[in-house]
Write a protein that binds this ligand. Structure first.
Ligand code: ZN
Length: 147
C-alpha cells in the first residue's frame, strides 16, 4: 500500500512537474545528461548568501528523472549550500545502499523502490548530479550596465 502511494507521487510529479520553467535571473546553471536513458536536464539556481533562494528546471526525460527533478526543486528552497549537498548524499544512499530512511529526506523517500532497479538509479540521480555541478559552478556575472 505504501508502495502504491509512492508510485502515485512519482507519477503525479512526472505528469505535472513543479518548478518546471526557465529562470532568467538565475545566478547558477548546469546541464545534465543521462545517455543510458536519454534524460536531459537544465537546472537553474538563485543562490544568495549561500542559501538556495529559488530553483527551477527544464528537461525532457523519463518519468523517474522528471519526478526526481520536480521533487528535488521542492526540497531545496531555503537550504544552505551545505545542507543541499548533504541531502544529495542522503538521497544517493537511499538509492544505492540499505541504509535506513532518515527523516530529512521527506518526500524523497518515494524513490526508495528505485534501489531495486539499478538501471533507473541514474535517472533518479541525474537532477542531483546536475545540482552538484550547478552549486560548484562559478557565479554568472551580472551584465555590465553603464547606469
Ligand atoms: Zn530515465
Amino acid at each position: 500500500m505504501v508502495d502504491d502511494l509512492y508510485q502515485e507521487t512519482i507519477l503525479d510529479h512526472s505528469k505535472r512537474p513543479r518548478n518546471c520553467h526557465p529562470m532568467p535571473d538565475a545566478n547558477r546553471k548546469a546541464e545534465g545528461y543521462n545517455p543510458l536513458c536519454g534524460d536531459e536536464l537544465k537546472l537553474f539556481l538563485k543562490v544568495e548568501n549561500d542559501i538556495v533562494q529559488d530553483v527551477s528546471f527544464m528537461g525532457s526525460g523519463c518519468a523517474i528523472s522528471t519526478a526526481s527533478a520536480s521533487l528535488m526543486t521542492e526540497s531545496l528552497k531555503g537550504k544552505t549550500r551545505e545542507e543541499a549537498l548533504k541531502l544529495l548524499e542522503r538521497f544517493h544512499d537511499l538509492l544505492t545502499t540499505d541504509t535506513p530512511v532518515t527523516k530529512e529526506l521527506g518526500k524523497l523517500v518515494v524513490f526508495c523502490g528505485v534501489r531495486d532497479y539499478p538501471a533507473r538509479v541514474k535517472c533518479a540521480t541525474l537532477a542531483w548530479h546536475t545540482l552538484k555541478s550547478a552549486l560548484n559552478s562559478v557565479e554568472i556575472e551580472e551584465p555590465v550596465t553603464t547606469e
